[in-house]
Design a protein around this ligand. Structure first.
Ligand code: CAA
Length: 382
C-alpha cells in the first residue's frame, strides 16, 4: 500500500500551498468581514488553470483526477473555505455532470469557458420544501416544441449572482418520483430566469448562496442533460463525486484551524510559560492532528476509488464526507478553546474557521443522509 502522492500531485500541493499562503490567506479574513466575493482570487486561480481543475485537457481544463482535485481543494480551503466551495461547486457539480453526462455539443459550449474562468457554474437540486428528500422536488418542466418550460423556486444554490450556467433538476413526470426527474443546463440569460434572495449566512460569507426563480423559464431541448427521467441518477452520481470535494474542504479548514492553534499556543503565555507546554493543550493538538490525518486518508481512499473508474465508491465518498465534516467541527471547536477568549474574537482566523466548518455537515447531503447511504450499502452487501 502506497500512501504517497505522485511527484505531480506533490508538486501541485506545494504550489497551491505557497500560492494560498501568499495570495489567499492574507485577504480571507477581510473578505469574510465584508461578505465580499473573492473576484481577484478567482481570477488568479483561472490564470493558474485551476478553475477548470477537473475539466479534461481536451476542453482546456487542467485534467486533474479526483485525488489531484482533492489535494488542491484542501489547500484552498486552508486559506479560504468560501473560495474552496466556489471552486469545488463550479468543478464538481457543474462541469462534472457536463463531462460525464453531457453530449459533445454541450461539452464544447460550456467546458472551455468554465475552464478559462470566463464563466462560473452551479448546481440546483434543493428547494424551499425539499432538501434531503431530493426526489420530491416541485419544480416542473414541460416540453413545448423544442423548448422546455421550467417553473419553480430553487434554494441554497452556490454561486448565485456570479454563476452563468446551472445544472437544474426539475420534474418532467412528477408522478414517477425519482424516475421522473430531468437535469437541464440553465443559463442566467434564459427568459424566465432570475436570481432571488442571497442568503445572509453564518459562515462562508464570501461565497454567494441563494435562490433561483424560474417562471416559465425557456430552456432549449439542446440543454437537456442526459435523457428525460435520468435526472435523479445524474444528481446522485454527481453528488457522490462532489462529496469527496466537500470532505477535502473540511480537511483544509481543519488544517488551518490546527496551524493557527499551534502558532497561538507557542506564543500565548499563562502561569509563566507558553500554553503549548501544558499537557491539556498538547493533547488537544495531538487529537486534532490525528483526526485530520484520518479524515484525509478517507478522502484520498474515496478519490482513489473514483479515479480507478471500475469500482463503486458511493459508500466510501459518504464515509469521507461524514467523517471529515464532523471532524472539522470538533477541530474548529478545539481551536477556539485553545485560543480562549481570543478565539471568540473576529481578530483571530479560528473564529471564521469555526463558522465556516458548520455548514459542511449540512450541504451536499447532511451527516444523517451520509449515514443512511452508508448503512444502505452495508445492508445490501450482506
Ligand atoms: N448513483 C446512481 N444512482 C443512484 C445513487 C447513486 N449514488 N443513489 C441512488 N441512485 C438510484 C437508485 O439506484 C434508485 O434507482 P432505481 O429506482 O432504478 O433502483 C434511484 O436512484 C432512487 O434511489 P433511492 O430509492 O435510494 O432514493 P431516495 O429517494 O431514497 O433518496 C437519498 C436517496 C440518499 C436520501 C438522496 O435523496 C440524497 O442523497 N439526498 C440528499 C440530497 C443532497 O445531497 N442534497 C444536497 C444538494 S447540493 C448542495 O448542497 C448545494 C451546493 O451547491 C453546495
Amino acid at each position: 500500500m502506497d500512501f504517497a502522492l505522485t511527484e505531480e500531485q506533490g508538486l501541485l500541493r506545494d504550489t497551491m500551498r505557497e500560492f494560498v499562503s501568499r495570495e489567499i490567506s492574507p485577504e480571507a479574513g477581510e473578505l469574510d468581514r465584508l461578505s465580499q466575493f473573492p473576484s481577484r482570487a478567482i481570477q488568479r486561480l483561472a490564470e493558474l488553470g485551476l478553475l477548470g481543475m477537473a475539466i479534461p485537457e481536451a476542453f482546456g481544463g487542467a485534467g486533474l483526477d479526483t485525488l489531484g482535485s482533492a489535494v488542491a481543494i484542501e489547500e484552498i480551503a486552508r486559506g479560504s473555505a468560501s473560495l474552496a466551495v466556489t471552486v469545488s461547486v463550479t468543478n464538481s457539480v457543474c462541469a462534472g455532470p457536463i463531462v460525464h453526462f453531457g453530449n459533445e455539443d454541450q461539452r464544447r459550449r460550456y467546458l472551455p469557458r468554465l475552464a478559462k474562468g470566463e464563466i462560473l457554474g452551479g448546481f440546483s437540486l434543493t428547494e424551499p420544501d425539499s432538501g434531503s428528500d431530493a426526489a420530491h422536488l416541485r419544480t416542473r418542466a414541460s416540453l413545448e416544441g423544442d423548448t422546455y418550460l421550467l417553473t419553480g423556486d430553487k434554494a441554497w444554490v452556490s454561486n448565485v449572482q456570479v454563476g452563468h450556467v446551472f445544472v437544474v433538476l426539475a420534474a418532467t413526470r412528477p408522478e414517477q418520483g425519482s424516475h421522473g426527474l430531468t437535469a437541464f443546463l440553465v443559463e442566467r440569460d434564459f427568459p424566465g430566469f432570475s436570481f432571488g434572495k442571497v442568503e445572509d449566512k453564518m459562515g462562508l460569507r464570501s461565497s454567494l448562496t441563494g435562490s433561483l426563480e424560474l417562471q416559465d423559464c425557456r430552456v432549449p431541448v439542446a440543454n437537456r442533460l442526459g435523457e428525460e427521467g435520468q435526472g435523479f441518477k445524474i444528481a446522485m452520481a454527481t453528488l457522490d463525486g462532489a462529496r469527496i470535494g466537500i470532505a477535502a474542504q473540511a480537511v483544509g479548514i481543519a488544517r488551518g484551524a490546527l496551524q493557527e492553534s499551534i502558532a497561538f499556543a507557542r506564543q500565548r503565555k499563562a502561569f509563566g510559560r507558553p500554553i503549548c507546554q501544558f499537557q491539556a493543550i498538547q493533547f488537544m493538538l495531538a487529537d486534532m492532528a490525528t483526526a485530520i490525518d484520518a479524515a484525509r486518508l478517507l478522502v484520498h481512499r474515496a478519490a482513489h476509488l473514483r479515479d480507478r473508474g471500475d469500482v463503486q465508491f458511493t459508500k466510501e465518498a459518504s464515509m469521507a464526507k461524514l467523517f471529515a465534516t464532523e471532524m472539522v467541527n470538533r477541530v474548529a471547536y478545539q481551536a477556539v478553546q485553545i485560543h480562549g477568549a481570543y478565539g471568540y474574537s473576529r481578530e483571530y482566523p479560528v473564529e471564521r474557521y469555526y463558522r465556516d466548518a458548520r455548514v459542511t455537515t449540512i450541504y451536499e447531503g447532511t451527516s444523517e443522509i451520509q449515514r443512511l447511504v452508508i448503512a444502505r450499502r452495508l445492508l445490501e452487501s450482506v
